[in-house]
Design a protein around this ligand. Structure first.
Ligand SMILES: Cc1ncc(COP(=O)(O)O)c(C=O)c1O
Length: 374
């Protein structure tokens, strides 16, 4: 938790909500989604009026897939088998089964651009991929894939959840159409912090949200019927923004902007390279695999290690070693290194403590049980 998140929330509770009550909306809350969106825009190479903070990634993803299909007139959507399941579920819910094309990875780690490009043709309405995949951290080339999709008349929707705040992104250079992302990973926005969405400016007036809520209406407080979409990206908002969660985002965002993505990416690569070097020496001899790309250019900010008893090892690390990875089925122990706060000592300890857990077999007695969050 960024230190400033606490002071920002205290200020909000005591001086805004506590003193102003609902008048807080006129004292700045109403503009928070756009103000934060403008800050995120500068992390992803977008203009300030092309990004807005609202809802969750899943909901924003649904809104943009539906809007893209409605605009395109074509039916086919291409994705891959590394995409985050929530996105896959949304696609299964709003794309005809025969129109959903899923590119599969040969090794579960990588998914070369050529395989995706081969799946594109003139029937494709939308290509949607996670920029950095959630298990292996494989990093797609936004420029090359956006260009390939455009050559076939398709739109592209990027999910930036695992790359925003750790990998430099330039949506403008790529000519990218649409994107979504969360604020609670590398941006340190806090549990359940709202997501953001990007819509390229020239598409905004041509697309409409399938969730026609009052915050996306041209003048919410006119209470007029029928619905008329707000100009610009605000039309993609739905209902009242969760101001408490939204306000907590700003501290992490400001830190990220202050550090700058060039420095963050360079430390991130150094951290993950160090982890992989340590894996080679200490973990590979124990049968632990590297489930992430070796090439730093094709890797995001996390590294996954593989073991058949990954879940028990993950729990042993959390419960006995004060190391907190994620377990991702079937065999991934995922280390998300935060360049803003993780040190090289942390990386060393994270790998060395895993070595001890596996070499000494201390995960043997651990029953991962029925934990709801892994
Ligand atoms: C790549 C990716 N997409 C989508 C989601 C879903 O995000 P949300 O819970 O904000 O809907 C996640 C969540 O971790 C994710 O990692």
């Amino acid at each position: 938790m960024p230190k400033d998140a606490r002071s920002r929330l205290t200020e909000l509770l005591e001086n805004e909500w506590g003193r102003l009550g609902v008048e807080g909306w006129n004292a700045g809350w109403i503009d928070l989604p756009s103000r934060l969106g403008a800050k995120i825009a500068s992390l992803i190479g977008a203009d300030p009026d092309e990004v807005i903070v609202c809802d969750s990634t899943t909901v924003d993803f649904f809104k943009l897939v539906s809007a893209a299909l409605r605009m395109s007139g074509r039916k086919v959507v291409v994705t891959d088998d590394a995409t985050f399941p929530s996105n896959g579920y949304v696609l299964q819910g709003c794309v005809e089964r025969s129109a959903l094309r899923v590119v599969t990875s040969a090794d579960g780690i990588s998914n070369p651009e050529s395989a995706v490009i081969d799946s594109l043709d003139e029937t494709v309405a939308l290509l949607t991929l996670n920029h950095a995949t959630f298990k292996s951290g494989w990093l797609y080339g936004i420029d090359i894939l956006t260009k390939a999709a455009h050559e076939r008349g398709a739109l592209v929707l990027w999910d930036l959840c695992h790359s925003v705040g750790v990998v430099p992104i330039d949506l403008k250079r790529a000519g990218a159409d649409l994107a979504v992302g969360c604020t609670y990973k590398y941006l340190n926005g806090g549990p359940g912090a709202p997501a953001f969405m990007y819509v390229r400016r020239d598409l905004q007036e041509r697309m409409t949200s399938p969730i026609q809520g009052w915050f996306g209406q041209a003048n919410a407080f006119s209470f007029e019927m029928p619905y008329a979409p707000a100009p610009g990206i605000r039309r993609f908002m739905a209902g009242t923004p969760p101001i408490l969660s939204m306000a907590a985002i700003e501290a992490g965002l400001d830190l990220t902007l202050e550090a700058g993505l060039t420095a963050i990416r360079s430390k991130s690569i150094a951290l993950t390279e160090f982890a992989i070097r340590l894996w080679e020496d200490r973990l590979a001899p124990l049968g632990i695999t590297l489930n992430s790309p070796r090439d730093p250019e094709k890797r995001g900010g996390h590294v996954s290690f593989g073991h058949p008893d990954a879940f028990a090892i993950d729990r042993a690390l959390i419960e006995h070693m004060r190391v907190v990875p994620d377990f991702r089925t079937p065999d991934n122990i995922r280390y998300g290194f935060g360049p803003l706060y993780n040190t090289f000592d942390d990386v060393y300890e994270g790998v060395e403590r895993m070595r001890r857990v596996v070499a000494e077999g201390t995960f043997g007695g651990i029953d991962p049980g029925d934990r709801k969050v892994t």
